[in-house]
Design a protein around this ligand. Structure first.
Ligand code: ZN
Length: 169
C-alpha cells in the first residue's frame, strides 16, 4: 500500500490517498475536489474514510456520491476491502464523531484531528471534550510504538515519538 499525502483547502488539511494496484481509498476528502481528482486519475475509488465531519475534512465528499463511506456510524469495527484491511477505532474528543483508521498489517494510523505531532486537536469546539481526548490517548498509547501516525494537519509522526515528546500523552 502506497500512501499519498495531498494538502487541500484553506486549512491545508491532509487528505490521504491509499493506493494498492488500481484501487484507491480516500481518507478525508477535504475541500478541493480538483486536486484530489488529479491524484486519483486512472484509479478505482473503493472507499472513503472520514475521520470526522468538519468541513475541511469532507468538503469534497459530495462529489463521490456512489462510493461507500466508512465513519463513526459503522457498527462493524474491522473491514477487508480488496487488498485493504483496516479497523475503525473510536477516538472522540476533538469532536464526538471522531474516529481513527488503523491498518494493522502496514502499521499505519489515520487520526484526523485527534492527535498531531507534539500536540492534540482542538477541544474548544462544538461537541469537543478534553476528558474524552485524554481517555482515548490512554487507549491509543497501548498500541505499538512503531505505528506511523498520519494526522489531519501538519507532519506525519510515530506513536512512539508522541509517547516520548507529546506533552498531552
Ligand atoms: Zn476538525
Amino acid at each position: 500500500m502506497i500512501v499519498d499525502q495531498v494538502k487541500v483547502g484553506s486549512f491545508r488539511t491532509n487528505c490521504y490517498l491509499l493506493k494498492s494496484g488500481n484501487d484507491v481509498i480516500i481518507v478525508d476528502p477535504g475541500d478541493d475536489y480538483v486536486t484530489i481528482k488529479n491524484h486519483i486519475e486512472g484509479y478505482t475509488v473503493v472507499a472513503i474514510l472520514v475521520t470526522h465531519y468538519h468541513f475541511d475534512h469532507v468538503g469534497a465528499l459530495a462529489y463521490f456520491k456512489d462510493i461507500d463511506v466508512y465513519d463513526y456510524r459503522c457498527d462493524k469495527k474491522k473491514y477487508n476491502l480488496g487488498s485493504f484491511s483496516f479497523s475503525i477505532i473510536d477516538t472522540k474528543g476533538h469532536t464526538s464523531d471522531s474516529v481513527s483508521f488503523y491498518f494493522e498489517d502496514e502499521k499505519v494510523l489515520f487520526v484526523g484531528d485527534f492527535i498531531f505531532k507534539n500536540t492534540i486537536g482542538r477541544t474548544d469546539l462544538e461537541t469537543s471534550s478534553f476528558d474524552d481526548i485524554n481517555k482515548y490517548i490512554e487507549i491509543i498509547k497501548k498500541y505499538p510504538d512503531d505505528i506511523k501516525v498520519y494526522p489531519g494537519h501538519g507532519h506525519i509522526t510515530y506513536l512512539g515519538e508522541e509517547i516520548k515528546n507529546n506533552p498531552f500523552f
